[in-house]
Design a protein around this ligand. Structure first.
Ligand code: CMP
Length: 140
């Protein structure tokens, strides 16, 4: 399988509980390499752009409020089949449906406060990475 990069966010519910290291440990144990990482406070404009695909959804306002409510850690993860692998490592969006041992099963609080985001496809990964990182900030 090809080496890929995917985009990850450790969300405010996780940073608030000091879980950055715990989440990173699960990521690294799964064989994914953190090749870029920074802790930021997302602006509303950044969150609205990032989640533009969900603009018509009833939870959009709540989602933007949550993602700007506290620090997030944005990351680029690299590895074989990284996009699908990270989705497996995260578990289902709704933590009550997530498999044992996944980040969301272990740490997430609810479908909204679900601790992590990961890209769903190669095209979105490229767009999401480019929104937050310059090429020279990613060191594989
Ligand atoms: P994420 O992978 O970041 O992409 C979109 C996010 O919308 C998703 O994770 C959830 O956190 C959030 N989301 C999805 N469904 C709901 C919902 N019903 N209520 C609130 N947030 C939701």
């Amino acid at each position: 399988m090809a080496i890929e990069r995917t985009f990850s966010i450790i969300k405010p519910d996780a940073t608030a509980r000091n879980l950055t290291g715990a989440v990173n440990a699960i990521i690294e144990k799964a064989g994914l390499r953190i090749v870029a990482q920074k802790r930021i406070l997302m602006t509303r404009a950044q969150a609205e752009t990032f989640y533009a695909v969900h603009k018509a959804r009833p939870f959009f306002g709540e989602l933007v409020d949550f993602m700007t409510s506290g620090p997030v850690v944005v990351q680029v993860l690299e590895g074989e089949g990284a996009i699908l692998k990270y989705r497996d490592v995260m578990g289902a969006t709704d933590p009550s449906k997530a498999a044992d041992g996944t980040i969301r099963k272990v740490h997430a609080k609810s479908i909204g406060e679900n601790s992590v985001h990961g890209s769903d496809a190669a095209e979105t990964a490229a767009i999401e990475i480019a929104q937050f990182f310059a090429g020279n900030e990613i060191v594989g």
